[in-house]
Design a protein around this ligand. Sequence first.
Ligand SMILES: *Cc1c(COP(=O)(O)O)cnc(C)c1O
Length: 529
Amino acid sequence: MVHLASIPTDAQVDPVVDGLKKFKFERVPSIFPDEDLEDEDPAVISVYGSKYAAQDLPKIEMPEKEMPREVVYRMIKDDLTLDGNPTLNLASFVTTYMEEEAEKLMVDGFAKNFIDYEEYPVSADIQNRCVSMIARLFNIPAHDEKTNAMGTSTIGSSEAIMLAVLAMKKLWQNKRKAEGKSTDKPNIVMNSAVQVCWEKAARYFDVEERYVYCTADRYVIDPEEAVDLVDENTIGICAILGTTYTGEYEDVKAINDLLVEKDIDCGIHVDAASGGFVAPFTKPDIVWDFRLPKVVSINVSGHKYGLVYPGVGWVIWRDPEFLPKELIFNINYLGADQASFTLNFSRGASQIIGQYYQLIRLGKRGYRKIMCNLTRTADYLAMNLSELGFIIMSKLSGAGLPLVAVRLDPRKGAKYDEFAVAHQLRERGWVVPAYTMAPHSENLKMMRVVVREDFSKSRCDALLQDFKFALETLDKMDERKIEDHRQHMVQQAANKWRKLSVLGGPNAAYKDQDDHSLQGKHGKTHAVC
Ligand SMILES: *Cc1c(COP(=O)(O)O)cnc(C)c1O
């Protein structure tokens, strides 16, 4: 019998686990009287009085027996409290707030598999209503009140982009075959600052990536360079409406005009993942969409500024002529014929219903008011960060996404970098990513704050206060302390990542591929998404 008061001998201490010398829980005796815990009545037990509270949650093997639902609910909820707080996560564009009525509709839709068109024809029709509204928002050409728009909902912009790349590749192959030419070496032209899903699409579908590189003072695609990279094997050019790094809108019109002027047969796909629900409201005069004849397809994330919880994106083609028929499946499921062009078969209907709610609940004026507020908050944040000595790298007054990208002014000679500032903010609960700019931009470091719908003026003030505090703290540290602190944070991050694995499960076989799967070739991480 081990008494709690007795001093442990070395033999009783377990080997080091996770760098921590610790006793096994089983060695700590229970002082509970003799009743048999196995006889606990699930109907009366309390969560924290049950035997489960004294056990680890099952992690490796599926448990043999059931657990009471209240216990499971509470234990998983407790486990999740160690996740970050989504509203303080200023790294992400993805929606963290929806109205209760929208949530109720979405919960009602949980049990519907969207692909069962026959069973859920209204959900299918709601998708088509959203496609029509979004295509018109992007100024799809109308012929006698009708448009030829084709489009579909997806899980997000990544799937939308995969589909768009497949359509461009197939279209190019068909053209080449008709001309009796080789289809061995398709390529796609894009900015080196593309979101990682473009690299994925190119690699998954065997399309060569042709990059226009950013420079120390240009973070968007150079239209001339882009068009110069086009050759007979180019399936298309990608232009980004709202880059992930600085939120800038690339000059789609300039690319379009060059292609027209030089009479080059090459289409443009606009990656409007973030900008598609912003620019039409804040800057309707920027011509980036189907008003340009060379724009063949556009994607947008419903779960970013489309204001829906994660799991929905959209892709629209200007005309069926740009969506080769071979890619479309007419699925006859439970009796109904419906065209389908997606990578997934089954998916939830909730996000599509949520998108429809937002489109008709807010209308154009509602979106405009929200996007204009966000732009104003972003400007306010930028002006104040500039006051604190940061260099502002993003655009103001709606000329880009409502986000603020900054870097420290090298002339100030600070002994710390952007990563140190991010770490300081992290200690106060804020997630503000620091990252290195796309290649060929002289290893510029920067930080980015995404202004989302639920980032109000007063939350912005709280962030500014903490920015100020972070700089004051760092200014007071000497170089060695900053370095110690940095090492500590690096170690912590490494520990965290060691435990997580991209593919889930114990996939040691992929260990040395981590660099690729997590970061892509250009060092992109999940933090910048
Ligand atoms: C977020 C983003 C993507 C990926 O979109 P998901 O909806 O997260 O799949 C692609 N491109 C850009 C420019 C983005 O901002």
